[in-house]
Design a protein around this ligand. Structure first.
Ligand code: FAD
Length: 316
């Protein structure tokens, strides 16, 4: 039986999280001696993009009713086409709301936020994040049918070219829950949860007028920008940038924290980052305990100098 994987797209374009989920499904398939079938809903991107990461087959679901996202309707659509015992989702906002609904319909075990290839496929045993990323646990499914969500940037995107074939499936799922009144799409900006590098700043920046230097640094690094919670609460930055226990949980390869104290609630959202660099003028700031590299000093001097150095290094 094939390993199924939900390949999420946004406006038809596959997300990096979809490639990571397909890569992960391939790792399971190799362990289980199975093939990988990806399910995509109204994609405009070519299926070749999924074959590249190991999808042997892509079921291209076409359904006008699914133009607007509804977890319930999407769960129903996936349920209609996924016939396997193991279904992989990325742990994105949308997919992590589809997965539990599908688990209920199928009577499957649900294991969320997995961070490594499974230790065993039957029974399904895997390492996952616990306690807002402050710990790990090994979860074991007690049913043969299991649905998992893969923590973003944890397993990684791995090329594994398959020859691949596509099947178009026309569905007409009733989508009665969603009435879109207004839809705003941020354009041209990197998706914070998918970014490899994140430059984040907090109250140490003193005011919104000083964020230009954070954006400049992010731009030369090709990074997304983030912030601490109070900064979003007081309106210095949009709420979409707030990371932490009550904001987004991210795990980039490099997280640069500028003028952020490192409260436990902030760390809960960023401690999955592969490398953490902290810039703070207080040598006692708690964030230094979680840092791989720390710079004690004034952000207002360090950030512009760092940006210039990186520009020079890159020959810009
Ligand atoms: P501060 O704690 O004020 O820290 C500012 C830092 O900037 C200090 O360390 C200071 O030394 C440094 N600084 C000052 N000037 C400079 C300079 N010139 N150069 C360099 N450094 C400088 N917080 C989150 O971020 N995310 C969450 O999801 C979140 N959820 C929460 C949930 C609950 C239930 C609660 C109670 C709190 C939550 N918080 C969250 C708030 C959290 O506890 C902290 O209050 C918050 O993270 C502090 O933000 P900050 O580091 O920007 O500000």
């Amino acid at each position: 039986m094939a390993i199924f994987v939900y390949a999420e797209n946004i406006n038809g374009v596959y997300k990096k999280a979809a490639f990571e989920a397909v890569s992960y499904a391939k790792a399971i398939a190799e362990k289980a001696g199975d093939s990988v079938t990806a399910i995509a809903i109204n994609p405009t991107d070519a299926s070749d993009l999924l074959y590249k990461y190991g999808a042997d087959k892509v079921i291209n679901v076409k359904d006008e009713g699914l133009k607007n996202f509804s977890a319930k309707a999407y769960a129903q659509a996936v349920n209609e086409v996924a016939e396997g015992n193991i279904i992989v989702f990325p742990h994105t906002t949308d997919a992590s709301s589809i997965a539990p609904m599908l688990a209920i319909s199928k009577g499957s075990s649900l294991i969320t936020n997995v961070i490594a290839a499974p230790d065993s496929v039957s029974p399904f045993e895997v390492k996952r994040k616990a306690f807002s990323g402050k710990g790990f646990m090994h979860a074991k499914a007690d049913t043969s049918s299991v649905i998992i969500t893969v923590s973003q940037n944890a397993y990684g995107v791995k090329e594994n070219q398959a020859s691949g074939s596509e099947e178009v499936k026309n569905l007409s799922v009733a989508n009665e829950d969603t009435k879109v009144i207004n839809h705003e799409q941020s354009s041209g900006k990197l998706d914070l949860k998918e970014a490899e590098i994140v430059v984040s700043a907090g109250r140490g920046m003193k005011g919104p007028e000083n964020w230009g230097m954070i954006e400049d640094l992010a731009q030369v690094l090709g990074a997304a920008t983030a912030s601490s919670k109070p900064v979003a609460d007081i309106g210095w930055r949009p709420h979409a940038e707030h990371v932490g226990q009550t904001g987004k949980a991210i795990s980039p390869n490099l997280y640069i924290a500028v003028g952020i104290s490192g409260a436990i609630q902030h760390l809960a959202g960023v401690n999955g980052s592969k490398t953490i660099v902290v810039i703070n003028n207080d040598p006692e700031a708690p964030f230094f305990k979680a840092a791989d590299y720390g710079v004690v000093g004034d952000a207002f001097q360090i950030i512009p100098a760092l940006t210039e150095k990186i520009k020079a290094f890159k020959g810009q």
